[in-house]
Structures are given as structure tokens and as C-alpha cells.
Ligand binder design. Structure first.
Ligand SMILES: [Zn+2]
Ligand SMILES: [Zn+2]
Length: 303
């Protein structure tokens, strides 16, 4: 069945003279095309993920491709059966992605590491003296990453600089290959690594999503799925015979990619739970949440 909708993921580092005006025009454009999703706009560029009908997504891409400011975007397009966002949100920010570098901040147009295409990346991962460094957050690499990657235990991108400074000895003298979901975070992060004095730094062009779509590498050497920031929650990457899941159900430990939110509303934590455990244990991230929720319900109903 052909999909009537598309999900777009894209970014462009470009100097936008007036982000506020640009955002207002963009709001009108997206509203007219019935697109939903999230777009960040800053003086340094634009970063977006949207869903819409195939026709409207096509028109949106054509308009940005024809604009000298946003031409040559490397679009990532997924077919989908419907919208994967509840609404449209366009925000103006200081930066499209932030490492909280303050005075030391720079524009990736001035400083970023060499890009490797998927096939080059696959070969580079096999070299000696290489470290593969995941530039995403802990809840992202938990469900999928490149085999053998270093996985910084950071809850947010802004925590990465401190992590790097605390773990210098793991990276020193190595060829560093860094990657993220769609490539935008690495544009910044790889520049930061160069600024920190690391000599050999490379980034995966277009990120995991592009790597997974590449017809030659087919996501080889990626394990698990790729976390995405929309209602799909994750997308498959590895289309080779070596594909496997790595994340496990919190209830029974079986391999699972099934996300649920904790049934105790004040917690609402996102976690993995297989269908069987949801039916038998209930939709709770912990015993504590289950007990508190049952107690508060008993208090309301008087039982
Ligand atoms: Zn289970
Ligand atoms: Zn909970």
C-alpha cells in the first residue's frame, strides 16, 4: 500500500538575517500546506521535522529548494500513513542546536569536521585506532547505536562538552567518528571536538537516518532502532541479515522496542514494556508507581 503521507527531517546551517520575520513567513507556509511538526529557527539556520500529505510535503520541499537561503538541503523522507505530530510548532531560538558554549561558541559554517558518506563511514568503522562516539542523549542510544560505540551517559546535548573534558583519555590520539540522528548535532559537536584539540575527527553525513536509507550499506553494523522525536518514537535502520534489537522490556527483560508511558500520571515516564507484561503487570515504569497509583485511586473511590 502506498503511503499517503510523508515525514520530513532536515536542517540547514545558513545565516538568516531576520529569524523572527523568517519564522512568521514559515508559519504561514506550513499552515497553508497543513503540515504538522516542529521547526527551530535561529540566526544560524533552520532545523525541522514535519509530517504532511505527500503532495504538500513535495511542495514544501520545492519551495525551500528554490529559495537561495535554503537550497541544497539533504532531505530525509519517510513514507507514513498519517501525521506523526499532534500540531505545528515553530520557534525562534538563539541557536538551532546548543552546546551551551557561551563565549566559545562558533558557527558550523566556520568549523566542522569532515563528512563521511555512509559507505565511507562503514569502512572507517573497521579501521584500527578508531573510536565511534555517539553524540545523542542516553535515552536515544538506549534503544539503538552503532556496534562498539562509546555511549556518553548524558541526558542532554548540552552536557556533552563536560563529558568530553572528563573522558579525554578515552579519545586522545584516536580517530574519532561521531554520529547523531540526522547529522545536525554532529555539525556542531565535531567542530567542538576540533576546538578541543582532537586532530582526527569525522562525522556521519546525514546521520543514522541517511545511513539506514542508503542502498549500499543498508544500515550495516547498526544495532537496535533509531529514536525519533515524533509519535513513531523509533524507526528501523539495519536492513541486513545481522539486524537485531538490543533494548529490553522493563517487566520481563525480553527484547522489545515497544514504548509506553507510565500509567501513574504524575510520573508519565517513557519506558519499554512488552505486550504480555502490560497485560499482566499493568502499564507502570516501577512497582512504586503502580502502588502509588492504586493507592490514590482507592482514596478517591473509598475502597
Ligand atoms: Zn515483558
Ligand atoms: Zn512511573
Amino acid at each position: 500500500m502506498s503511503a499517503p503521507y510523508e515525514v520530513l527531517l532536515y536542517y540547514k546551517y545558513v545565516r538568516l538575517p531576520d529569524p523572527e520575520v523568517y519564522a512568521r513567513e514559515h508559519q504561514r507556509l506550513c499552515a497553508r500546506l497543513g503540515l504538522k511538526g516542529r521547526i527551530l529557527i535561529a540566526q544560524e539556520g533552520i532545523n525541522g521535522t514535519l509530517s504532511g500529505t505527500v503532495e504538500n510535503c513535495k511542495e514544501y520541499r520545492a519551495i525551500l529548494d528554490a529559495d537561495p537561503l535554503t537550497k541544497e538541503i539533504a532531505w530525509k523522507v519517510d513514507p507514513e500513513q498519517g501525521h506523526v505530530f499532534p500540531k505545528l510548532s515553530i520557534k525562534v531560538r538563539e541557536e538551532v542546536v546548543s552546546l551551551d558554549l557561551g563565549e566559545e561558541d562558533f558557527h558550523p559554517a566556520d568549523l566542522t569536521a569532515t563528512h563521511l558518506k555512509p559507505a565511507q563511514w562503514r569502512e572507517a568503522m573497521k579501521e584500527e585506532n578508531v573510536v565511534i562516539l555517539d553524540a545523542r542523549n542516553d535515552y536515544e542510544w538506549e534503544i539503538g547505536r552503532f556496534e562498539g560505540a562509546i555511549l556518553p551517559d548524558v541526558p542532554s546535548f548540552r552536557d556533552l562538552p563536560k563529558w568530553v573534558r572528563d573522558h579525554r583519555e578515552e579519545l586522545e590520539g584516536k580517530k574519532i567518528l561521531t554520529y547523531c540522528t540526522g547529522g545536525i548535532r554532529c555539525e556542531k559537536f565535531s567542530g567542538f571536538l576540533l576546538n578541543e584539540g582532537f586532530k582526527e575527527v569525522y562525522q556521519l553525513d546525514g546521520g543514522i537516518v541517511t545511513y539506514g536509507k542508503d542502498e549500499e550499506v543498508k544500515g550495516e553494523a547498526y544495532e537496535g532502532e533509531c529514536y525519533v522525536f515524533d509519535e513513531r518514537l523509533s524507526v528501523p535502520v539495519n536492513r541486513t541479515e545481522g539486524a537485531k534489537l538490543i533494548s529490553t522490556c522493563r517487566g520481563c527483560g525480553c527484547l522489545s522496542i515497544r514504548y509506553r508511558n507510565c500509567g501513574w500520571m504524575p510520573c508519565n515516564a517513557q519506558f519499554l514494556l512488552c505486550e504480555n507484561c502490560e497485560n499482566t503487570l499493568g502499564r507502570y515504569c516501577s512497582k512504586l508507581c503502580k502502588e502509588v497509583n492504586l493507592m490514590s485511586r482507592a482514596a478517591v473511590t473509598g475502597f
